[in-house]
Ligand binder design. Structure first.
Ligand SMILES: [Zn+2]
Length: 153
């Protein structure tokens, strides 16, 4: 596939608009767009106006989170929604910022039970999950083990 940062914004669509940052160059890092409460420090993995912990309004600020995380659990799904290909990994990744997020796993990782292990250090990548009706890649965030840097054959 093309490297994500070679894509211009009109060349792709996001599976969940506003949920993550697509790198715009080789030195630009992908991240999830979360919110953190200035009052109590609660962090959630998506934009939010009112703090879910202390219910303060106007205390949530946007933060970049999720560049790294730890694999909490995973399963192999053998049935896929339309447009997706089974089998594929579904995982929960625990972020150092606090939240635990549902995530897919990078296409770099073979879909085999022993390819992952709970507790693994994971890094965020942005990858296509499918193409839309106009043939544009639909991007989402995924994780892969930090050791697997995608440069291996
Ligand atoms: Zn709060």
């Amino acid at each position: 596939m093309d490297r994500v940062f070679d894509l211009r914004p009109n060349d792709y669509v996001m599976l969940v608009p506003g949920a993550f940052h697509v790198p715009e160059g080789p030195d630009d890092e992908a991240y999830l767009i979360g919110s953190r409460c200035r009052a109590c420090g609660a962090t959630v993995p998506h934009p939010m106006a009112v703090c879910p912990a202390c219910v303060s309004a106007d205390t949530m600020e946007q933060v970049a989170i999720g560049q790294r995380g730890r694999l909490y659990s995973f399963t192999i799904a053998n049935a896929a929604p339309v447009g997706f290909t089974a089998p594929y990994f579904q995982a929960y990744v625990e972020l150092p910022e606090g939240p635990r997020v549902f995530a897919l796993i990078s296409d770099d990782v073979p879909v085999e039970a022993d390819a992952l292990a709970d507790g693994m250090e994971m890094e965020l990548v942005i990858e296509p999950v499918r193409k839309d009706e106009q043939g544009r890649p639909v991007l989402t965030y995924k994780y892969r083990p930090v050791a697997s840097n995608g440069t291996g054959a």
